[in-house]
Design a protein around this ligand. Structure first.
Ligand code: KIV
Ligand code: ZN
Length: 516
């Protein structure tokens, strides 16, 4: 049978993904993710393992009820009661699938199942036939397939086809296999077992050696047309193949593999964020496709190339994965072109002499400071080009509070050549400090519009990064600061925003009198 070029995306974020330590999700969270996965365009959603508990069965059942287009799969062992539980969970869905598995490798047969090869074959025969008597769509997985004797694996899969399986899954359960070995296994299953049978061959690769995506790609090249994967590559131990990497790999290298998926790739980023937020599993900055730095460029040479033609350093468009644009990150490796572009975006056009001066100051600042934010650049330009130095300088901050004391703050700020001190209370220490700063800087009309705080690392000793926006009379300004003490970070960010605001007001005034 000729194989088509449609690679079915089988998402198992809600089942294998939930097996990531600490990733347990509530029913509401699972429903949100399931709907998002359907919008994303996945073909199959594995919603859980219904025999695990009554709660799991109910959650798979409810997920099945909200899906319109995607198939919903319930995982089960070959045991009769497991299959009954799975069918109870997915039977009423629009597009149900039973996913039945048993381990086939000698290690699992002898030490875990305590079964002979014949016993396992008998289980496959019985389990798959029971599934096929209930459901049209039956997937059979040979757990630890890649460490199973290949001839025996072929017998097992042939038996699954004979008894009604429509999908044959070849899991690399412990992420042990190399791409060339996996290619051979898939190719031989395709040529010696599948032959003309109308069944789809599927991959399910774990990432213990970092090869889950490479192995999945090798399997597709060898004829597999279903890939099992998870958003952000989460899953048992080192995780499963990452959906976003496979989908974008197929899209970017269509010239080589000639295959398509039904994924709306522009929804990849929002799906990744949802899964990370719900599971609490952070995506590493350098993670392909969805990491914070996946489309960020810091080196001057790369930035220059990017500004001339983005294809020099980007193999896909950030817009294709749902990002609005690539990020040119200004830091000590950045060059003059990138600085000029960012200054223009901030509304500052300047001649080459002025730009040279700003560039020099920028490089000195970048040697001291890890990231240069827009506020830093604005302050630099304000001082160097417009001769408007920062108006406010934070001198001191004290705050008190606790379980039996209302939060109270005292701050000192220098401006107009003098130090000013004020006290205020608030509903928390940050609020009290900001209230005191408003009083002290005579900025009571300023409103904090937006306040975000992130821990820069995992422990309780992490630095807090505060980003906030303030507005006054329709003018909006931003401030950002990092400090080990989150109240200090908030105070510094607020002062940075006030300086930014004062600068904008001054520039507007000069523009109005024709001085800029
Ligand atoms: O890794 C694995 O083998 C599995 C199967 C149940 C498909 O998750
Ligand atoms: Zn798995």
């Amino acid at each position: 049978m000729p194989i088509d070029n449609h690679v079915r995306i089988f998402d198992t974020t809600l089942r294998d993904g939930e097996q990531s330590p600490g990733a347990t999700m509530t029913l509401e969270e699972k429903l949100r993710i399931a709907k998002k996965l359907e919008d994303l365009g996945v073909d199959v959603i594995e919603a859980g393992f219904p025999a695990a508990s009554p709660g799991e069965l109910e959650s798979v059942r409810q997920i099945g009820q909200v899906l319109e287009r995607a198939e919903v799969a319930g995982l089960c062992r070959t045991r009769e009661t497991d299959i009954e539980a799975s069918w109870k969970a997915v039977g009423a869905a629009k597009h149900p699938r039973l996913h039945v598995f048993i381990a086939t490798s000698p290690l699992h047969r002898e030490h875990k199942l305590k079964m002979s090869p014949e016993d396992v074959l008998e289980e496959v025969r019985r389990g798959v036939a029971q599934c096929a008597s209930l459901c049209k769509s039956v997937e059979f997985s040979a757990e630890d397939a890649t460490r199973t004797e290949l001839d025996y694996l072929k017998e097992v899969f042939a038996c699954a086809i004979e008894n009604g399986a429509t999908v044959l899954n070849i899991p690399d359960t412990v992420g042990y296999t190399m791409p060339q070995e996996y290619t051979r296994i898939v190719s031989e299953i395709m040529s010696d077992v599948v032959k003309d049978h109308p069944v789809v061959v599927s991959t399910h690769c774990h990432n213990d050696l970092g090869l889950a995506v490479a192995n999945s790609m090798a399997a597709i090249a060898a004829g597999a047309r279903q890939v099992e994967c998870c958003i952000n590559g989460i899953g048992e131990r080192a995780g499963n193949a990452a959906l976003e990497e496979i989908v974008m790999g197929l899209k970017v290298r269509r010239d080589l593999l000639g295959c398509d998926t039904r994924i709306d790739t522009r929804q990849i980023m929002s799906t990744s964020r949802l899964v990370s937020q719900v599971t609490g599993l952070h995506v590493s900055a350098s993670k392909p496709i969805v990491g914070r730095n996946a489309f960020a460029h810091e080196s001057g040479i790369h930035q220059h190339g990017m500004l001339k033609d983005r294809r020099t350093y980007e193999i896909m468009l950030p817009e294709d994965v749902g990002l609005s644009e690539s990020k040119i990150v200004l830091g000590k490796h950045s060059g003059r072109h990138a600085l000029q572009k960012r200054l223009e975006e901030l509304g500052f056009t300047m001649g080459s002499v002025q730009l040279g001066k700003v560039f020099e100051r920028f490089k000195r600042l970048a040697d001291k400071k890890k990231n240069i934010y827009d506020e830093d650049l604005t302050a630099l330009v304000a001082d160097d080009v417009f001769d408007v130095p920062a108006r406010f300088e934070l001198v001191q901050v004290h705050f008190r509070g606790g379980s039996d004391q209302a939060p109270e703050a005292e701050v000192t700020v220098r401006f107009d050549g003098e130090e000013h001190s004020c006290q205020a209370t608030g509903n928390g220490p940050v609020n009290a400090v900001i209230n005191a700063l408003k009083l002290c800087t005579e900025s009571e009309e300023v409103t904090v519009e937006d306040y975000h705080i992130d821990a820069l690392s995992g422990g309780s000793d992490a630095q807090g990064n505060v980003r906030l926006s303030v507005s006054s009379d329709g003018t909006v300004a931003h401030g950002r600061a990092t400090h080990l003490d989150v109240v200090m970070a908030s105070a510094q960010a607020f002062i940075a925003a006030l300086n930014h605001l004062a600068f904008q007001v001054e520039i507007d005034r000069r523009r109005a009198v024709g001085g800029v």
